[in-house]
Design a protein around this ligand. Structure first.
Ligand SMILES: [Fe+2]
Length: 205
């Protein structure tokens, strides 16, 4: 059972090498992020024994998001362990974002310093957002690569307008780039990875 968890890392490496994963992404920051993650995956990640499952309010939408999701190799690798994921909200947002946000957003770290698979080089996992929720402007020092798995949300980067991001959209945020998300009628499930300085969680802007 546990060795199957390593298939998540294998699936992520194969996916990140595929053209679909990078879609329209380019630039030095993205290349650095991708190289960092692929290098760490190539060296290998280890199984952790102290990863504990945890639900969040928004996981009430997880079943719908999984039903709506088109086939995806990384999601297929994660599916057997979906009930084991540790969902959490970011405490840095408390007092800044409205209470509704915390009932409609959570993330799970699957690979990383606190993931079910351990590496200190990068973090990767799932983000789940409920229907019609706004994820206001925020940023973080780590660079971030999103791949939309389910649901069509809107993403905004810097001073740009919101743009529709249906699966399998790929989005990249450079270090400290301000971004925001907005959901429509369906929940949104996205694969994310962080690289670079990951010592602090995202902050509201
Ligand atoms: Fe982010």
């Amino acid at each position: 059972m546990d060795t199957n968890r390593l298939q998540i890392a294998d699936a992520l490496a194969r996916f990140y090498l595929s053209p679909e994963a990078a879609e329209n992404l380019s630039g030095e920051d993205f290349a650095t992020h991708k190289a960092s993650v692929l290098s760490a995956l190539d060296k290998g990640v280890s199984l952790t024994s102290n990863y504990q499952p945890a639900k969040a309010a928004v996981t009430r939408f997880l079943g719908q998001a999984l039903t709506d999701a088109p086939p995806h190799p990384v999601l297929d690798a994660i599916r057997p362990f979906m009930k084991d994921l540790h969902w959490q909200t970011n405490k840095n947002y408390h007092g800044h974002f409205e209470e509704k946000f915390f009932e409609n957003e959570a993330f799970a770290e699957i690979i990383g310093p606190k993931g079910m698979l351990r590496t200190d080089v990068f973090r990767a996992g799932l983000l789940l957002m409920g229907p019609e929720i706004d994820y206001p402007d925020h940023n973080h020092e780590a660079s971030e690569w999103y791949n939309v798995l389910s649901g069509t949300g809107l993403w905004r980067q810097g001073g740009n307008a919101f743009s529709l991001c249906p699966p399998p959209s790929a989005i990249f945020h450079s270090s400290w780039e301000v971004h925001a998300m907005r959901c429509q009628k369906t929940p949104v499930l996205a694969l994310w990875s962080w690289a670079g300085n990951m010592s602090s969680e995202a902050m509201p802007v």
